[in-house]
Write a protein that binds this ligand. Structure first.
Ligand SMILES: *Cc1c(COP(=O)(O)O)cnc(C)c1O
Length: 371
């Protein structure tokens, strides 16, 4: 089986987790988490970072921190994992789905601007598959219109714009350390921000509404949430973080091999990197820009025959039947989803295995494009 996405776990990870299991209890509890937060922020250039039990949880509390709730609208791209949408519902706000840019697969900024109303409180830009969204334009627009900008950088570790790591452009950003992500803690996430008041508020809400100024024991000031990370997870995160450059380099190498082998097929587009940006290439995705060309089912069929685990591009959120569809034009979100396939991008994939995947894509492309 050629796996879709597996983390890289070495002796270092095993040793550090084992240390944490022996030492992270009683009055020493929380030390590994604090270290992970600090090293993560230092490595990627954020002022503050708070580790959480998941990225979904980080986004949920982040929205609460901004005071977003009933009556408010939050704009996001229709091509997204459900985790980007669900927290908007948790806080009682209304998600407004807009189309993606056909080249970057990230939120179409013009569409986001047209969808803005008096009720729009925030725009969430997801850096999909590590591709960098047009975040500078969004930032200008949000600033001029008093709207919060949130970066969902769950898939974008190792992605940069103008030498700055993504996550540095919005009011806050969230990262994921789920087992499929570029660095993992099993399950886990991170909230990052350059604002002290936002971060302080976040910490209180993520820790049962307990203020650090409260000196009495077990005295929350409000009903909060319990979305913390454990030291054992943080130890795994620290080991992974110390290998950050190596891991991102490997993702880039995997992408480059696919790119070199597939780029000469007509109408095929792989992850696109806008001028001035660098991608962490969480996953290589192949999109055939031709509505008569092969579909995701064609590719999946061929891959499965060879025991290769390819995955579909995210379904348009508007197609899931879970929320009221917006009236916005979502054409690209549907086209890209229908004619795309995620290629296996595990750290341990060999060159021969990648060539096997390439062979599948070429065969499907040649057979299905002739019809
Ligand atoms: C993985 C992912 C998340 C959610 O991360 P969890 O840690 O599983 O909660 C959110 N947004 C996007 C775009 C993701 O890919």
């Amino acid at each position: 089986m050629i796996h879709y996405n597996k983390p890289s776990i070495t002796e270092l990870e095993i040793e550090m987790v084992s240390d944490a299991m022996k030492s992270s209890w009683g009055s020493d509890a929380g030390k590994w988490v604090s270290r992970f937060e600090k090293e993560f922020a230092d490595k990627l250039g954020f002022t503050y970072a708070v580790a959480t039990s998941s990225c979904t949880g980080a986004l949920h509390i982040g929205l609460r921190t901004l005071g977003i709730g009933p009556g408010d609208e939050v704009i996001l791209a229709d091509s997204n994992w459900i985790a980007t949408l669900a927290p908007i519902i948790y806080v009682g706000a209304r998600p407004v789905l807009v189309d993606i840019d056909k080249h970057t697969w990230c939120i179409d900024v013009d569409a986001a601007i047209s969808a803005t109303t008096q009720s729009t409180k925030a725009i969430i830009a997801t850096h999909l598959y590590g591709n960098v969204a047009d975040i500078l334009r969004l930032k200008d627009f949000c600033k001029a219109n008093d709207i919060f900008l949130i970066e969902d950088a769950a898939e974008a570790l190792g992605s940069f714009l103008d030498e700055q790591h993504v996550g540095n452009f919005g009011d806050f950003a969230v990262f994921s350390f789920h087992g499929s992500k570029t660095i993992t803690t099993g399950e886990g996430g991170m909230f990052v921000s350059n604002s002290a008041p936002l971060t302080d508020r976040f910490r209180i809400l993520a820790n049962h509404g307990r203020s650090p100024l409260e000196t009495r024991q077990f005295r929350p000031q409000e009903i909060g949430y319990k979305y913390k990370m454990s030291d054992i997870q943080a130890a795994l995160g620290l080991a992974q973080l110390s290998r950050f450059d190596e891991l991102v380099e490997r993702k880039r190498e995997i992408f480059n091999i696919y790119y070199t082998s597939l780029c000469n097929l007509p109408q095929i587009m792989l992850n696109k990197v806008p001028f001035g940006s660098k991608s962490g290439y969480w996953i290589t995705n192949v999109f055939v820009d031709n509505k008569f060309g092969p579909t995701r089912e064609d590719f999946l069929h061929e891959l499965r025959k060879r025991n290769i685990d390819g995955r579909v591009f995210f379904w348009p959120l508007s197609s899931l039947g879970l929320i009221d569809n917006s009236n916005n034009d979502l054409t690209n979100s549907y086209i890209v989803s229908q004619h795309s396939i995620n290629l296996p991008s595990s750290y341990d994939i060999s060159y021969e295995e990648q060539m096997n995947v390439v062979e599948c894509i070429r065969t499907t492309f040649e057979e299905k494009s002739q019809k």
